[in-house]
Design a protein around this ligand. Structure first.
Ligand code: CA
Length: 227
């Protein structure tokens, strides 16, 4: 799911239509308020965010997204008019993943979205042959092997992916929705018990290293930064 935040209805519809025509799910939001209402229902893969919007502008919306643990990791492409506004916004380093100058062609938009999604997917992969150690836990990603105190622990694919996600981002809290989205590919909330069940079995299998996976009440889970 991709959310297109754009108050000009024609442009918004065109963006949504274009994305759907290349096989991506997309939904339009006319304002920040609408966006945040949609985010409550579903966390998207990416947001295309216009700057000039009624009520709250795109820069402010982006700041709010980045400040909210549930949404901080969503890639955002800012859409802005060419010229001084574009330069100013780019110079702000507001935390957008990419910028696109209006008016832009729909093919350009699709290409930018795909590039950002590819980049984000690449960043979430462990480098090959990497061995990560935290306390008595060791993950050898080239061999897909996990061990605790030198003893191999056999994990299911989902458990392994959860562990890898945490290890790659020590100290970062992941919401259940975010984990569902990234690891199961679900783009809706409401099945978060699945995450809890997998975390429980993951902890059990990790034995003495199990409490490295911490519960952050009301938010989600994270890997202890250092023990
Ligand atoms: Ca606008």
């Amino acid at each position: 799911m991709i959310y297109c935040v754009e108050d000009e209805q024609n442009i918004c519809e065109l963006e949504v239509y274009t994305l759907q025509s290349v096989g991506m799910e997309a939904k339009g939001c006319g304002s920040g308020r609408e966006l945040f209402a949609e985010l409550e229902k579903r966390v998207p893969k990416l947001i295309v965010l216009d700057i000039m919007l009624p009520d709250e502008d795109g820069v402010s919306i982006l700041r709010r997204l980045r400040a909210d643990k549930r949404y901080a990791a969503i890639p955002v492409i800012m859409a802005t008019a060419k010229g001084s506004e574009f330069d100013k916004v780019k110079g702000l380093d507001s935390g957008a993943d990419d910028y696109i100058a209006k008016p832009f062609g729909m093919l350009e938009m699709v290409a930018r979205i795909k590039a950002v999604l590819r980049r984000c997917a690449a960043q979430s992969q462990l480098p090959a042959e990497d061995i990560i150690r935290v306390a008595n836990l060791e993950v050898n990603s080239s061999e897909h092997k996990v061990s605790v105190d030198g003893q191999e622990v056999v994990l299911t694919l989902k458990e392994y992916e959860l562990l890898k996600k945490f290890l790659l981002h020590p100290g970062i809290v992941f919401s259940r929705d975010k984990l569902l989205n990234d690891i199961w590919g679900y783009e809706f909330s409401g099945e978060t018990r699945t995450v809890d069940v997998h975390i429980r079995t993951l902890r059990q299998k990790l034995g003495s290293a199990g409490d490295l996976v911490e519960t952050i009440r009301g938010v989600g889970y994270r890997m202890a930064a250092e023990k």
